[in-house]
Ligand binder design. Structure first.
Ligand code: AMP
Ligand code: FES
Ligand code: ZN
Length: 345
């Protein structure tokens, strides 16, 4: 069902929106008008089993904003005077994040990285531009654009083929690099991504299954600007599920790209999400218990911002080519670009 159609139908009968990602029907929203809002007792539009609650549109928006405000406060992400750079992909999470931060009164601009993945990139770019126009008009928010093809001479797929690396890891390296570069060069205080509870729980499951302990330290929702040249990075949506964010986007008429990136087909992340969704259906609250429980343990155990900063300072130094912090002499982005040039010539 198209996003635009939903607003009207929401007010009427009970219906089900199938939000599919390839063959995985991972989010089924049941918006049941038979329930009443837990807070104001009017007709509810969404039930939240993990909170044993149901909300009308107004109270649901209040709930979402409150979860983000709690995340920002408890993880000391940023304050009202800070300038925030939101990485927006055109998907529901990052556009919802930009929307929520602006509505909460934060100074939030955005960055879109055009990856050059055919129709997928064109469509997501169009969604971002559409949202950015409205954000510029109502909040004077600005959109930055980085186009991979312009700098690298090829889109992500071709670039990955050229250097014989998997597309998704090439893409990850480029996105991380550009997010940090723009945040630092444009003097933003903090960089925010739209990772949600499902993303973080799936990533945690992957890290635990493979006992990648070194990654566990960096799985918190707020990473300090540990060395010069490194932007502070935060994930203000970690308390909200994918389903809740999709419902937020739909209810607030945020026009987002529903399709996942075609390169992600069959990825491990999607498999972990599917498994967690099955568990969640049987026992609501499983993802929250898993990820929040992990954060609680981490908080008690170690990496406080100071210990993480100390660790980073011991291993990071400026890249010999671009000056961004790296553990090697030349950072992985510069190595990749150098390889691409050699193979292209
Ligand atoms: P993903 O890795 O695709 O699940 O995306 C995680 C987060 O990274 C999103 O919520 C966005 O904040 C950000 N992001 C992903 N792709 C892009 C992009 N092409 N441009 C800007 N930000 C992006
Ligand atoms: Fe990076 Fe799909 S978003 S390869
Ligand atoms: Zn470099």
């Amino acid at each position: 069902m198209l996003n635009g159609e939903l607003g009207n139908s929401l007010l009427h009968s009970t219906f089900i929106i199938q939000h599919s990602s390839f063959n995985i029907h991972h989010s089924t929203f049941i918006i049941d008008s038979k329930m009443n809002c837990t807070k104001c007792k009017t007709k509810a539009v969404i039930g939240l089993p993990r909170h044993n609650a149901a909300f009308c549109k107004g109270c649901f928006n209040g709930f979402v904003h409150d979860q983000v405000a709690r995340a920002i406060k408890s993880e000391k992400m940023f304050g009202k005077d800070d300038r925030i750079l939101v990485a927006v992909s055109g998907g529901k999470d990052s556009l919802a994040l930009w929307d929520i931060l602006l509505k909460l009164g934060y100074r939030a601009d955005a960055l879109y990285v055009h990856l050059g993945i055919g129709a997928y990139s064109e469509q997501s770019h169009a969604k971002v531009l559409k949202f950015a126009e409205a954000a510029a008009a109502s909040h004077r928010a600005k959109l930055h654009l980085h186009t991979v093809e312009q700098e690298a001479g090829a889109g992500i797929k071709e670039l990955a083929q050229l250097i014989h690396r998997p597309t998704c890891s090439t893409c990850g390296t480029i996105k991380r690099y550009q997010f940090n570069r723009v945040a630092i060069e444009q003097h933003y205080d903090v960089m925010a991504t739209g990772h949600n509870l499902d993303d973080e729980a799936a990533r945690l499951l992957g890290n635990v299954l493979h006992w990648q302990e070194e990654y566990l330290d960096k799985q918190g929702p707020s990473l300090p600007a540990s060395v010069e040249g490194f932007a502070k990075k935060v994930k203000p949506l970690y308390r909200l599920s994918e389903r809740e964010l999709a419902a937020y986007a739909v209810l607030n008429r945020i026009d987002y790209i529903v399709e996942e990136c075609p390169m992600a087909k069959g990825s491990k992340m999607l498999q972990y999400k599917e498994v967690l969704n099955r568990l969640e259906t049987e026992s609501p609250g499983t993802k929250q218990t898993f990820y929040w429980g992990f954060l609680e343990k981490q908080r008690k155990k170690q990496p406080t911002a100071t210990t993480m900063t100390e660790k980073d300072r011991a291993v990071l130094h400026p890249c010999a080519s671009c000056s961004q912090p790296t553990t090697a002499e030349v950072c992985s982005y510069c190595k990749m670009m150098a390889r691409a040039k050699t193979h292209a010539s």
